[in-house]
Design a binder for this molecule. Structure first.
Ligand SMILES: NC(=O)c1ccc[n+]([C@@H]2O[C@H](COP(=O)([O-])OP(=O)(O)OC[C@H]3O[C@@H](n4cnc5c(N)ncnc54)[C@H](OP(=O)(O)O)[C@@H]3O)[C@@H](O)[C@H]2O)c1
Length: 300
């Protein structure tokens, strides 16, 4: 008897599946949970605090912590595929990925999809870009079928503009006018679901972007159009950016790593647009304007 009800409608009906989602309360994982629940795919959501998680009845919730190997062993038991999220600065680079992979391999998990980041491994992007390298490498070197997702900056990051916009203050530009292929996180989650459920994604590294490279002035103009008011912007110097990074909760020791990433954007290094979302989903990625319209209540 399986521990969990298996209702297999995907994988051609030939393989029983249970999908473990780590980072299940986070931006990408929570939308994956929602998509799997809507499709009736058996899935298990990992969180350090199940009491706070608030998932629906279709979602099996498991307590787990990357720093607690026993909890990972229990979480992967009976899983066929794993979605891997790890958070920058919470452990030595790669340590959390390797802990999860060790548990997954021991449990006979077949497939893993790792959430990484655009510019990973690009020396020009500074130390920040090295964070996901060991985890990606461990995944590629291991026995599991693998897919790596390297999204660009999430549109959801710009929810932090809400306070400025509501107060009628200009939104800050930390990027010196540098543009980015800002991606709707819901598109990242949708690509993750395809990679977890469908064949044909093994050995692929997808760079996930929106359809346009946008600077802060570009995005402020979109926000103004959607909200029906002027949204001004103000450029931050590198020192002002550093102060704002620290004020956002990044420890001083890590602030310079973040600054190197911002320098990379300033220099145009992240002005990248790909068609990987289109390739995987068979439709265009959502625009920043679509994301703004869907979230405009947060700015009203
Ligand atoms: N933001 C961007 O623009 C951007 C762009 C490209 C790539 N990324 C990548 O996206 C990843 C973050 O994804 P996200 O934004 O979806 O996450 P998020 O919203 O920051 O949420 C973090 C998740 O990690 C879980 N978590 C934290 N510490 C944990 C631990 N010790 N053990 C188990 N789970 C733990 C949390 O779960 P609980 O609190 O419920 O336990 C939560 O679900 C990062 O690796 C980042 O590099 C971000």
């Amino acid at each position: 008897m399986p521990d969990f009800p298996i209702r297999d409608r995907e994988f051609g009906g030939s393989v029983e599946r249970m999908i473990l989602i780590t980072g299940a309360t986070g931006t990408i994982g929570s939308e994956i949970v929602r998509l799997l629940a809507a499709r009736g795919v058996p899935h298990r959501a990992l969180t350090r605090d199940p009491a706070r998680a608030g998932f629906g009845p279709a979602t099996q919730v498991v307590r787990g912590d990357y720093d607690d190997p026993d909890s990972l062993a229990a979480a992967v038991s009976g899983a066929d595929a794993v979605f891997m999220v790890n958070v920058i600065g919470t452990a030595a680079p790669g340590a959390h990925d390797k802990a999860l992979l060790a548990a997954a391999e021991a449990a006979g998990v077949r497939r893993a999809v790792k959430l990484s980041a655009i510019a990973t491994g690009d020396a020009a992007a500074g130390r920040f870009s090295a964070w996901h390298v060991p985890g990606e490498q461990a995944l590629r070197d291991g026995p599991l079928e693998w897919t790596v997702l390297r999204p660009s900056t999430f549109a959801a990051n710009f929810l932090w503009w809400a306070g400025e916009i509501k107060a009628g203050r200009p939104v800050p530009d930390q990027y010196g006018g540098g543009a980015q292929g800002v991606v709707d996180p819901a598109d990242v989650s949708a690509v993750a679901v395809e990679s977890l459920l469908a064949d044909g994604h093994h050995g692929r590294t997808y760079t996930l972007t929106g359809p346009q490279a946008l600077s802060t002035p570009d995005m402020a103009a979109v926000a103004g159009k959607v909200l029906g008011r002027d949204v001004a912007w103000v450029g931050l110097s590198r020192e002002e950016s550093r102060a704002s990074v620290i004020a956002s909760g990044v420890p001083e020791a890590g602030a310079d790593d973040v600054l190197e990433g911002l320098d990379f954007v300033r220099a145009g290094g992240n002005a990248v647009v790909t068609d990987d979302v289109q390739q995987v989903l068979g439709r265009a990625p959502r625009t920043f304007e679509q994301w703004m319209r869907a979230h405009q209540d947060a700015f009203a």
